[in-house]
Ligand binder design. Structure first.
Ligand code: G3P
Ligand code: CA
Length: 237
């Protein structure tokens, strides 16, 4: 077994995050095993790719993405902020990404928020996923309530929890969320923690490993872990 290399927000050091360019680039590279994306919902209920709640950093729009319809978002540019060469990159829907990826690579979908901001996101996500093979799809969130909602709607979807900071009572948190995998920040990955999780065959992903030394340390520590990185090339053999 070898570590899997996971392109964070697509190959986001080489193109604007969560755009077609960054995702296609990651898709073409055989040494990248999985692609991670962030999803939120438009005012009219379409699941789209975007990391921040606000539009300002990664587009020429402003304000909350949740206050725009999909048609309105289509008029915005999501590439020019990265470099003028990418001007014209547009908002992507989750459905477009699922159609593009098919089952050629694993896709990790991070739901950025549920609760009062996106009360229907779990239901809509499960609806969008329905026609697709679930074999290569992972769904995760820092919001464990929304993870649980997804698992309750469709227990066949692989669901996982994201953890900020030092993991505490991890298996209990997973049980609550009905999760089968876990994503932990780089500084908190230890051999003891991995042994503890592997006892129950829990899949582990580490984020975000953008430093060559950290990449090597993780690879030395464990061969089965998924490494989420903006610089997948650091992990290539
Ligand atoms: O998947 C891990 C990582 O993406 C979580 O943090 O803020 O980059 O979505 P963030
Ligand atoms: Ca993410």
């Amino acid at each position: 077994m070898d570590n899997s290399i996971i392109a964070h927000r697509g190959w986001s050091s080489r193109g604007p995050e969560n755009t077609l360019y960054a995702i296609e680039l990651a898709l073409k590279e055989k040494k990248i095993d999985k692609i991670e994306i962030d999803v939120q919902m438009t005012k009219d209920g379409i699941i789209v790719l975007h990391h921040d709640f606000e539009l300002g950093r990664t587009s020429n729009g402003k304000g909350l993405i949740s206050e725009y319809s999909y048609e309105e978002l289509l008029k915005l540019d999501f590439g020019g902020w990265f470099s003028a060469d990418f001007t014209g990159e547009r908002i992507l829907t989750l459905k477009e990404v699922l159609d593009l990826i098919g089952n050629t690579k694993d896709l990790i979908i991070e739901i950025k928020k549920g609760g009062s901001m996106y009360p229907h996101i779990a239901t809509e996500l499960c609806h969008v996923l329905k026609p697709y093979s679930l074999k290569n799809i992972y769904v995760k969130s820092f919001n464990h309530e929304v993870v649980k909602e997804v698992a309750d709607i469709n227990h066949k979807i692989k669901t996982g929890i994201l953890i900020y900071g030092k993991p505490v009572l991890l298996k209990e948190q997973m049980k609550y969320a009905k999760a089968s995998f876990v994503s932990i920040a780089y500084p908190y990955i230890t051999k003891e923690l991995l042994d503890h999780l592997y006892q129950d065959k829990i899949e582990v992903m580490v984020w975000t490993v953008d430093n060559k030394k950290h990449m090597e340390d993780i690879k030395k520590l464990d061969k089965g872990i998924g490494i989420i990185t903006n610089y997948p090339e650091l992990g290539f053999k």
